[in-house]
Design a protein around this ligand. Structure first.
Ligand code: TYM
Length: 330
């Protein structure tokens, strides 16, 4: 018996990292056992920041699919497809845009933050489409009447807006067509980057998901630790150490030992991070095996996306029929 329907998506922005994995993908892999799951490659969303140079978009989309498959997402069990293959996403986005007050979109906290952040990197995202980013996300979710949306904490304001739009739609057209979806947070709501800020491709502080064992070791060496600790015999404070936060997520069994030794000044930061790196290498190693099955197999990946799109379209068309009727389109 399914516990309900799940929808989630990720942007193919080409830099899939451990934050995306722990914040969402790891959860997706667990949830696929108990829920009806629909997962989309949000390639239209990616255009909001890549519109000026979309040359990598197709390759990034395949790479994202590859990341999902290597983490253990099962294409037989779930509906996996590309957002742009199911035109109903664009249609519903347009219709919702007619009834969403501008102020609702302007006050979404991620809007101004990202505008500034990407602006600093020389990207002009002062566009109509970027303002409507959460509107498209709302269309994605409600098209499938999803009950739950597994995402990292940073997506919460978008889910809040989606629920507001659902209430407004159902109220305006006096029909309970859409469902208010709830977020499903993972164990790492926000994974820090190696510098302690949120792990994010725009901060350059990530550990890439597809990193080789040596790349992982190099990145882990750069993780910031307790700044007060100069010599390895100094007593450390794990509460302010970014590496310790990683240990809690990837190396639970050794946490009590590491905490005790760090506080006593018995283990240095270099040795402590070496232990962490090996745990990460071990965890990621299992995924590399699955990756090899699909790497370069565009035929297999196209087949997965095509089959997924057929199933997604069937649901999306049904919802759009209800929408068209509710708003009296001819
Ligand atoms: P995106 O592609 O930016 O991120 C994908 C997922 O990774 C999570 N995440 C993190 N979690 C914890 N710590 C971090 N440092 C971290 N960085 C990223 C994000 O929360 C997300 O779950 N708008 C979405 C894509 C989208 C979508 C949707 C999601 C489009 N339509 C419909 C849900 C439902 C996004 O930009 O994710």
């Amino acid at each position: 018996m399914s516990k309900g329907r799940i929808f989630s998506a990720m942007q193919p922005s080409g830099k899939f990292h451990l934050g995306n994995y722990l914040g969402a993908l790891e959860n997706w892999v667990k949830l696929q056992k108990d829920y009806d799951c629909i997962f989309a490659i949000a390639d239209l969303h990616a255009l909001t920041s890549a519109y000026a140079d979309p040359s990598q978009l197709k390759e990034n989309s395949y790479n994202l699919l590859l990341d999902w498959l290597s983490a253990g997402l099962d294409p037989e069990k779930n509906i996996i497809f590309a957002q742009s293959h199911v035109k109903e996403h664009s249609e519903l986005h347009l219709i919702l845009s007619m009834m969403t007050p501008l102020s609702w979109l302007e006050r979404v906290p991620t809007y101004k933050d990202k505008l500034q952040n990407l602006g600093e990197q020389g990207k002009d995202i002062n566009t109509y489409g970027f303002l409507g980013y959460p509107e498209l996300m709302t269309a994605d979710i409600i098209l499938y009447k999803a009950d739950f949306v597994p995402v990292g904490e940073d997506q919460n304001p978008h889910l809040e807006l989606a629920r507001e739009i659902v209430r407004r739609f159902n109220m305006l057209y006096k029909k309970e067509i859409f469902v208010e979806a709830q977020g499903l947070m993972s164990r790492a709501k926000v994974l820090p980057g190696i510098d302690g800020r949120k792990m994010s491709k725009s901060y350059g502080n990530t550990i890439p998901f597809a990193a080789t064992p040596d790349e992982i070791r190099e990145r882990v060496k750069l993780i910031v630790t307790d700044p007060q600790r100069i010599r390895k015999t100094d007593k450390g404070n794990p509460d302010v150490c970014v590496a310790f936060r990683f240990h809690k997520l990837f190396n639970e069994a050794e946490v009590p030992d590491i905490e005790c030794r760090c506080r006593a000044g018995e283990i240095g930061c270099v040795a402590c991070k070496k232990r962490l790196a090996e745990k990460l290498v071990e965890a990621m190693g299992q995924m590399h095996a699955l990756r090899q099955k699909y790497e370069g197999r565009y035929d297999l990946m196209d087949e997965i996306l095509e089959q997924g799109a057929v199933k997604a379209r069937a649901i999306a068309r049904q919802t759009m029929a209800e929408v068209r009727e509710a708003i009296n389109l001819i």
